[in-house]
Design a protein around this ligand. Structure first.
Ligand code: HEM
Ligand code: SF4
Length: 550
């Protein structure tokens, strides 16, 4: 894991001191709401329905046990005892008091954390594959490049006031688990014909009210040109991106309106001016890579036989292993998911007690590191299989072992009306109702991979347009209604979901979801997944059943 040097530490400490003074001046009435707005947004502070909301960066989703303990402490001392993990591997506190936020930021700085550029029209936290470095389908670990991008984006003087926010995701694996095609820039580590590894660069993807799949602007970019090429794209966006209309200000609109060909020409021309000056040296890449060396794995880990025996003897454990753990590239180890989707808890939330306990478990079982995932769960990347049984028992006691990873109850959900001032409709309550309607784990496992994504408004924070089943809260004359889409995906074969039909009433959403699943169960072919079936038959059979009474 990357450890801050003196410069990193000074930078975030000075930023805390600066924000403290800005907050004090605002509270004394020396600066206006508008003036303070721009300042707080550069520091992750939103003003929401009930209180400010603080978003903290989780760099490419990698956190240490020490940082988790700090989050637990903040949840307990400054908030209402919990926090929320987002789809972009960040952490949100929903109840801090504005006057105490500088103290929270000071606490965070003591464990190399901050909230810089987690909101506002700037370069945001770079996200990545939560299985980076341990999965079996990876060309190269993307995290050193994420860190290089993190350093380049942090307080970049030219890009502090972009037309709109800007998000970058990097993946090194065959399967895209980081929604790279729906980012302003998506980077894939790929091999060229000569066998060298570089980047395929995608541009102009995004969600929200105009979901667009990113397009390839460069099929292969040498690693040494990474920062100069990113800089060239950002310059063109900064120059030509629309500032007249915030709904048209994202780079996806610029690429669409300009056309990929013309946009590419502009970028390439700009790139020629800077590519030699901004070269990334092989030494710099190697130096950063040394901070991501694999932990000291036990070479005898695969010799144990108790793991198989426990699975034979304990059905619940075997089910959890099947759904919540994955093959690791090192024999004898498993990648282990901690489900933040217990049926009765808001998706993605964690209490202070859970945060503290997870920190201890990470130290005991997974080299003190924790990752957060795009689907709002956690990962212990390096667990010896011999220790899985005891880890499972402890996670179960903490309500973090619901065996539902990748299933229909592993719902991505935004805060909706409960906290968000932009919301049209509630989402957490609907997630609970769906869970109540689907309380049979055998049925859930039989249905398999169905991804439900649900947002409380068009901004699409929970990626509803790329959910296999997407649920979008809409407002109809002050009443909460829900628009459903089917067939979306943010993985390799990316797709935007198709609208099922007219919006449905709040009390009908869970029933509509179960009806859709029943149609799937009745009409699927052998091992056909939900998404494959929607692709094969289209939405008509689902539509007929859902709107049968109309
Ligand atoms: C409660 C406070 C929140 C507010 C006020 C907020 C606001 C917004 C707005 C206005 C947009 C649309 C931006 C645009 O299209 O340019 C947006 C998009 C987004 N938000 Fe949020 N959000 C909040 C919470 C969250 C949470 C909890 C998550 C994760 C679960 C999240 C993740 C995202 C993502 C991934 C997008 C889509 C970005 C894209 O279009 O590429 N946000 N948010
Ligand atoms: S999707 Fe809408 S309701 Fe949900 S968090 Fe984003 S802005 Fe708020």
């Amino acid at each position: 894991m990357y450890q801050y040097n003196e410069d990193d530490q000074t930078l975030i400490e000075e930023r805390v001191a600066q924000f403290r003074r800005q907050t004090e001046r605002f509270l004394k009435g020396e600066i206006s709401d508008d003036q303070f707005r721009a300042l707080r947004l550069m520091n992750g502070v939103y003003i929401q329905t009930h209180s400010p909301m603080l978003r903290i960066a989780g760099p490419y989703g990698l956190l240490s046990s020490k940082q988790f303990r700090k989050l637990a402490h903040i949840a307990r001392e400054y908030d209402k005892g919990y926090c929320h993990f987002t789809t972009r591997q960040n952490i949100q506190f929903n109840w801090p008091q504005l006057e105490r936020i500088p103290d929270i930021l000071e606490e965070l700085a003591s464990v190399q954390m901050h909230a810089i550029q987690t909101s506002g029209n700037c370069l945001r936290n770079t996200t990545s594959d939560h299985l980076a470095g341990v999965c079996t389908d990876e060309l190269e670990d993307p995290r050193p490049y994420c860190e290089i991008i993190r350093q380049w984006t942090t307080l970049h003087p030219e890009f502090a006031y972009l037309p709109r926010k800007f998000k970058i995701a990097v993946s090194g694996a065959k399967l895209d688990r980081a929604a790279t095609q729906f980012h302003d820039i998506g980077l894939h580590l790929v091999k060229n014909d000569a066998g060298e590894i570089g980047f395929q660069v995608l541009v102009g993807g995004g969600l929200g009210r105009t979901p667009i799949i990113g397009q390839v602007i460069r099929p292969y970019l040498e690693k040494k040109h990474l920062l100069s090429y990113l800089e060239a794209i950002l310059r063109i966006y900064n120059l030509y991106g629309r500032r007249d209309n915030k709904y048209k200000a994202r780079i996806k609109i610029l690429v669409k309106e300009t056309g990929l060909e013309k946009f590419t020409q502009l970028v390439e021309k700009e790139w020629q001016l800077i590519k030699d000056k901004l070269e990334l040296s092989a030494e710099r890449i190697e130096a950063i890579k040394t901070q991501f060396t694999p932990p000291a794995y036990d070479s005898n880990a695969a010799e144990d036989t108790s793991f198989a025996q426990h699975q034979q003897e304990n059905q619940a454990f075997a089910t959890w292993v099947k759904h919540n753990t994955l093959h690791h590239k090192v024999p004898g180890y498993r990648i282990t998911f901690l489900s933040l989707k217990a049926p009765d808890s808001p998706p993605g939330d964690m209490t202070d007690t859970q945060l503290d306990a997870v920190a201890d478990l990470a130290d005991q079982y997974s080299f003190g590191l924790i990752r957060s995932t795009h689907r709002q769960n956690l990962v212990f990347a390096d667990v010896r299989q011999v220790e899985l049984f005891s880890l499972w028992q402890k996670l179960d006691a903490l309500k973090l072992a619901t065996p539902n990873i990748g299933t229909v109850t592993d719902i991505i959900c935004c805060p909706g009306l409960d906290f968000c001032s932009l919301a049209n409709a509630g989402s957490i309550g609907i997630a609970k109702e769906i869970n109540e309607a689907l309380d049979d784990m055998d049925y859930i496992h039989d249905i398999g991979d169905v991804k439900i994504n649900m947002s409380g408004c068009m901004n699409g924070c929970a990626h509803q347009s790329v959910g296999h089943i997407g649920i979008l809260g809409v407002d109809k004359k002050g009443v909460e209604w829900y628009q459903l889409t089917l067939g979306g995906s943010s993985e390799n074969e990316a797709a935007i979901g198709e609208r099922l039909g007219p919006a449905v009433a709040k009390d009908q959403v869970a029933k509509v979801v179960t009806t859709i699943l029943d149609v799937y169960v009745k009409q699927r072919l052998d091992d056909e997944s939900f998404l494959d079936m929607v692709k094969r038959v289209g939405i008509t059979p689902f539509k007929e059943e859902v709107y049968a009474d109309n």
